[in-house]
Design a protein around this ligand. Sequence first.
Ligand code: SAM
Length: 434
Amino acid sequence: MHFPKGFKEKYYNLLGEEAPSFFLTFDEEPVSAFRVNPLKEHQKHFLNPISNTNWGYYGKISGKSIEHVTGLVYSQEPAAQMVAQIAAPRQDMKVLDLAAAPGGKSTHLLSYLNNTGVLVSNEINSKRSKVLVENIERFGARNVVVTNESADRLSQVFQGYFDLIVLDAPCSGEGMFRKQPEAMEYWNESYPTRCAQVQREILENTVKMLATNGELIYSTCTWSPEENEQIVDWLLENYPLELVEIPKINGMIAGINFPETARMYPHRFKGEGQFVAKFRLCSKQSAKKLKVKKSHLTSEQKMLWQKFQREHLAIDLTGELQTFGDHLYLLPLGLPDMSKLKIARNGLYLGVFKKKRFEPSFALGLALKPNEVKRVIEIDEEQFKKYVVGEIVNLDQKYGNGWYQIIVQGNGLGFAKVTGNILKNYFPKGLRFQ
Ligand code: SAM
């Protein structure tokens, strides 16, 4: 591999006699892995688990596979899997993932929350926030809001609010050089220092959003000390934060001068590059009083939704109903007024009101387990292939007309309308593939 000027020297200096084994790993294939999604009803047996993880496996899963399309798996390399594992939110926590797209850490955090508490998953780049929404919808969690904001604007709404914040910071990306060699194009010797400046700016606003005793996970996919330990040093000097020890598993090593933090190098840890530090806020931080926005459903809308619920759902969905035009969303409880923020996904998208009827969304059909829905139709692999292209599917028997959740290999793939033995296609146009 041809490295940018200064990179080899930097890591020969930093790693000393370990440097040759570190550089040898760049001639090896990047490590592929994925996580299974515990929110899905039908689990599958996979080979090659990653030790000391709940849901991690080595291996590659195609983006066209049933496992991927139904959200049963999320591809994520092993070192990146350590970030949310270190964060390990407890049920009912209020969590922020501040730099979240495409959604690896967010979906992992949601696995821990198990549809309790709330996750605000934020991405500053609007194009990337759309990919984030797609990945979160496929994962099927019901307690997420996706925002498209800067840390500064978020902090004005969420002061003192979060029990846990994950900042997987934009960084110089050295740990991605093997997997995405194009990341090297940006790199020069002063790039880490410039990235560190951005990281400090984001962190200034991040700390404001921690609740009393709140936890902060700071991670990067780079090895440069400027963006890692020097940031830790700066945080400890400027804020009432204390480091929390990260147990070193699977070949992680302690950070430089900060044994509580963790570094992952490919010659020691089977994965790409990563740094993680965990902090706790050790001072009181006052939260803004919650000004909850009330929903404005018309009585007809309320009636149509209740009718759909009665006929189709076997569970009660908790949350606050909100409309945006004709679209209906279920917002997790206990959020402040977010009307000043750019929202990419206002909670769980339930569906749309059309003339005197309610049409369930694709997202709702991904977020419900088949045992939570009254009317389901299972399709087989051949029918799945037709469905994802956008074709109608002929069923082998007649069903009563109406909406059904589509099931494939035991997990939901949205809702679709059936007339007789014809299953109309409701697979979103933007997601279709051959
Ligand atoms: N956490 C993501 C995951 O696991 O899939 C990866 C996040 S990536 C390392 C960093 C993200 O930070 C990018 O999506 C980038 O758009 C975003 N970003 C860049 N500049 C930012 C800023 N000033 N404030 C907040 N986020 C920023």
